[in-house]
Each structure stands twice: as C-alpha cells, then as structure tokens.
Write a protein that binds this ligand. Structure first.
Ligand code: URQ
Ligand code: ZN
Ligand code: ZN
Length: 587
C-alpha cells in the first residue's frame, strides 16, 4: 500500500488505512494466547475473534505463523535531556522512531528539573519539546530533584492538573539531583498522599562521591573507574534504604533500572516484608550486555557503556536478571534510553566522572529480551507481554487503554515474527548515535508490522513513522495496580492509611495501659502484611497483585513451538509454566 500521509498536521489518513484486519495470527496477552483475528477501525481495536464481519475496503495483514501482541510500553526513556553538560542525541522524534521500529508504541519519559527550577516550568518545557515530535503516544514522570514546600505544592498541581502520577527521586548524583533521606521521606510521603507513585534511582551518592575522589587520586581516570566507584553493594544498600523509607512513610515504591543480583536480592526481601507494593524495573542493557566492556582498551567503546548504576562485571548477571523477570522478582523492563554522541562521551576522557551517563535501548529492548528470555525457554510470550507492556500499563494507570489486545483498547499492536533473524548494529539502527551496546548480537524474533494508534508504522519491515502522530497521555493518580481497588469498592480498607500516632495520656502512664499508638499500629501492619506475604506482590488492600486478567506463572506449562506449528489444534491456550516460569521453547 502506498504511503500517502507523512505529516500529522491536518491528518487525513486514507479510509482504507482507518480499517485494518490482522488475520490468522496468534494473539498474545499477559494472561493467555488465542488464535484470533484483530479488527481495527479509527485507531481502536474493535473486534478480536474468529469469523469477524468486516466492511469492504479493509486492508488485511496476514499474520499466519506470527504473534499479535500489545505494542511495547517503555517506562523509562530520556529524549532531549540535558545532563552533565551535554544533550542526548535522540530527541523525541528520533527516539520514538527508534522505539517504534523495535515494537514499542508508548514511551514514558522523565521531566528532570534543575535544582531550584519550578517543576511545572520543566514539565511545560518537556511538553513543548515532545508534543510536535513524538511518533507514538507518550507519558511523563517528573523528577523531584530538590525539596521545598513549593515543590510539594507543584507535585499536587502536576497530579491534579497535568496528568502526572509518578515522581522520580535520585539517591545518587550528589550536588546535582540527589535528595537526602529526610527529603526522600517528604517526597515519598507526598506521593502517597497524592496517591502517586514514588520512583527512585537507588545508589548511595555519598559513597560514590567518596570512592570517586579516591580512585582519581590513585590515578584511575578511565571508564573502568565508573564501575569501581559504585559496585553492587552501593546499589543494594540504596535499594534497601529506599524500601525502608517507603515503609516508614507507608508509600508504595518503584525502583528504576535495577542492575545487579545484590540489588534484586534486597528488593526480593523487601517485597516480602513490606505492606505496600514495590515494583522493580530492569533494563535491556542489563540483560543484553555486561560490565566487562568497561575494561575495553578503546575509550570510545568503554565510555559508550557508561550508565548508572553501571553494568556489572559478574558474567552471571544477565541470566539472573532474566530469571528474576520470569519469577516476578522484577516486574518490568525499560530501556533508560539516554544516548550521547561520541564527542559528548569524550568529555570524560580524563575523568570517568565526567562521562555523560546513558546508553541506547529503546529500539532493541524487545528483541534483546525475546532472544535472552523467550528463545532460551526462561519466559513464555505471555510473561514477555507482561514485562514489556501490560505491567507498565497497569502500574502507570494506562490499562486497559494500553497493554492489551482487546476490543476498546488503543490499536497499538505488534505483529511479531518469532523467526525473523537479524543482527543488531549501529549501521542499521534508528538512533542518532553511531554506537550500539548490543552490536553484533544475532536475534531471532522481531516485529514485522508495528501499528501505532491504528496506523501501520512498520510495514513489513519498512519504517513509516509520522512525526507528531503520538499524543501526550495524561496518567491518573490512584492506579489500582499500586493503590488497590478504587475507593468505592466494597470491603477494601483505605490503601494508604497514614500512621496515626497519639500521645500517651497521663492515666495510661500511671496504670501501664497499652497505648495503641505508633509502635503498636506499626507492628499490627507488619503482622497483617505477613499474612499476605508470599511469592507475589500484595497490594495495600491485601489482595495479590496478580488479578484475574493476569497469568499465574507458578501454574503453567507451555510449548510455543507446538502452538505455532499447528501441532495443537486448540485455538485458545492458557499458558501454564512450572515454578520459575521455565518453558520449553523449541524453534
Ligand atoms: O539516571 C538516569 O536514569 C539518567 C538520568 C541517566 N542515565 C543513566 O545513566 N541511567
Ligand atoms: Zn536514574
Ligand atoms: Zn534513566
């Protein structure tokens, strides 16, 4: 079909492009798979099923042998970000173009105000940078990079008036964006009061600053110093501390870019003991490469891998992280796409602490995970959909508009060819940099078609994005995945119950009556939370995170090869995996 529409201004997509039928594919959602056709009209999925009645003139895509999945949601990007004296190479056009090429149809970027800057002003700047450029829908998190009563008021305004439901706090980047523990308490508590989700970058910024001074004084100035200044312990300590702070102020928590086995272990323990949910996000970089690259003799190569927290030299890390994703010890995978040109990375040639932090990942996130997780049999396609799309939609309150193939949802769809082989390379990727941290990796499985709001933007491998096609997605606070059932639901206690300490009366002092004050309340909460502890994450209302719409990894077995080859004649398969999410995948 010829492409007739390249600009979104006065959009006038041909009527045949308004109607699309994806036929003969296998629809994959987080909770199961079925052989079904998908009919799309005017950017919305209208029907999913067999023997659909379709108007004439509808374009048909034959998805025989392909998987039809919800478009990816990348919960962590940095497009057009200025940091460490440089600006990221991928702007909102090039970054979302790369994301769409890889099967991602929604990104959530971070507004990062400078210390002292108005959060609203920074938010408006981001909207201005993004709105006319994005090739797919996007949402925003806002960084709380300094603290004052004015910041608190602006957080409330952002939630009430600007569609923000998550705020990122930094425990690293001392003297730039870092908050101390007192400020973290206030910021997380404010999030809980607003029923927004606090996010943290978990690394101990003071230890990093101290280690950096010592390394530089010892003459270690190259990129290997970056990793040495912030080892696993530095990350794991901050993960634990962030969880403790969240627990103290009775807030849920989302930990971004978890990079190490130690950090995941700290998270696993915290998820067991805490009442409020904690979500762990890892990155494509973490599962797709490792920290041995910091020792590469070529500065350009090593510096291109610098991000924070760093990649780990322990070669067992990528597989352990994939396993954690499969086991629900981690819940999401993002890209943290934050690309810098070679010249900008070179700012740190004589001092690793000046190398701008960030790597690519928006384009290859899904293919890299598919290769490492599904092709190895560690994860089935449903869990793949959960960690690349559906869980982000739930956590950030975009579900079921996004993250699911269902009638009524936005037509953000990937037709995934599990047999499509390609080699990842900077020579053919769509990022604005000439380096790719996954260079030379062969992957089997990539998108053949990517549909963004009903428009075919990757068409049998040909990328035809439209600058400005995407829209800003306001995200409502009080996400049910974070704060439990809506307030009107019966029998659910308020999800966020602030501690209500009261002072001891003089009568109680004299006769020794138990006070029922803060400590007792706190203990009761801990006892209650123990009663719902287990492998899954529990919501504040005490129910398990996994709901009817979500699959249960603990009870599933699955063989995709049989399904795809048609050996099994069932048209609908509920996925069943043994504990640990293992499945036998034999392509
Ligand atoms: O810390 C981050 O998320 C951004 C600002 C920089 N990228 C990175 O190194 N992770
Ligand atoms: Zn960060
Ligand atoms: Zn980031």
């Amino acid at each position: 079909m010829p492409d007739t529409q390249q600009s979104v201004s006065g959009i006038n997509i041909k009527s045949s492009q308004n109607r699309l039928l994806i036929k003969n594919g296998r629809v994959v959602n987080e909770d199961g798979m079925e052989d079904a056709d998908v009919y799309i009209e005017d950017g919305i999925i209208k029907q999913v099923g067999r023997n659909l009645i379709i108007p004439g003139g509808t374009r048909t895509i034959d998805a025989t042998g392909k998987l039809v999945m919800p478009g990816g949601i990348d919960p962590h990007t940095h497009f057009e970000l200025e940091m460490m004296g440089a600006k990221t190479a991928d702007d909102f056009y090039k970054g979302t173009r790369a994301a769409v090429a890889g099967g991602t149809t929604t990104v959530i970027d971070f507004v990062l105000p400078q210390k002292g800057q108005s959060l609203i002003e920074a938010y408006n700047n981001w909207r201005q940078k993004a709105d006319s450029k994005v090739c797919c829908d996007y949402g925003l998190h806002v960084g709380v990079t300094w603290w004052s009563p004015a910041v608190r008021r602006e957080m409330a305004q952002l939630v009430a008036e600007h569609g923000i439901n998550s705020f990122k706090m930094f425990m690293a980047y001392k003297d730039a964006w870092m908050l101390d523990d007192y400020e973290l308490c206030h910021a997380m508590e404010t999030c809980a009061e607003l029923r927004a989700l606090p996010q943290v970058h978990a690394e101990n910024g003071n230890i990093i600053a101290h280690n950096t001074e010592k390394l530089l004084a010892a003459g270690i100035t190259g990129p290997e110093g970056h990793q040495l200044s912030r080892n696993e312990e530095v990350e794991a300590e901050a993960v634990n501390r962030a969880c403790v702070i969240a627990n103290q102020v009775n807030a849920p928590l989302y930990i971004v870019h978890m990079m190490s086995k130690s950090a995941v272990e700290a998270l696993r323990l915290a998820r067991r003991r805490q009442r409020q949910p904690i979500f762990g996000e890892t990155l494509a970089a973490t599962v797709g490469t490792d920290g041995t690259h910091y020792r590469n003799a070529c500065f350009r190569h090593a510096a291109a891998h610098v991000l924070s927290p760093p990649l780990r030299p322990d070669p067992t890390t990528p597989e352990a992280i994939v396993q954690a994703l499969a086991d629900d010890d981690l819940q999401l995978i993002g890209s943290d796409n934050c690309t810098f040109a070679e010249g900008d990375k070179a700012r740190g040639r004589d001092n690793f602490a000046h190398i701008p932090n960030g790597v690519n990942g928006a384009e290859d996130r899904m293919a890299v995970l598919w290769q490492k997780a599904v092709n190895t049999g560690m994860m089935d396609p449903c869990r793949f959909v959960a960690v690349t799309s559906a869980t982000a939609a739930r956590v950030f309150n975009l579900w079921p508009r996004k993250g699911v193939i269902a009638a009524g949802s936005d037509a953000d769809v990937v037709v995934w060819d599990p047999r499509l082989q390609r080699t990842i390379s900077a020579s053919n990727h769509h990022h604005a940099v000439d380096f790719n941290i996954f260079e030379g990796q062969n992957v089997s499985g990539s998108p053949q078609y990517v549909i963004v709001n009903g428009r075919v933007c990757l068409d049998d491998g040909n990328l035809r994005v439209v600058e400005g096609l995407g829209k800003f997605l306001p995200t409502r606070a009080d996400s049910p995945a974070v704060y439990g059932a809506p307030a009107h639901a019966p029998a659910a206690p308020p999800a966020h119950t602030p501690h209500s300490p009261r002072s001891v009366t003089s009568a109680e002092h004299t006769n020794g009556t138990p006070t029922g004050g803060y400590e007792e309340l706190h203990l009761n909460k801990q006892l209650e939370s123990m009663s719902v502890s287990g492998s899954g994450c529990s919501t504040p209302t005490g129910r398990k995170m996994r709901e009817p719409g979500q699959r249960d990894l603990q009870n599933s077995t699955f063989s995709i090869s049989k399904e795809m080859e048609g050996a099994d004649t069932k048209t609908s398969v509920r996925v069943r995996n043994p504990p640990g999410g293992k499945s036998s995948v034999l392509w």
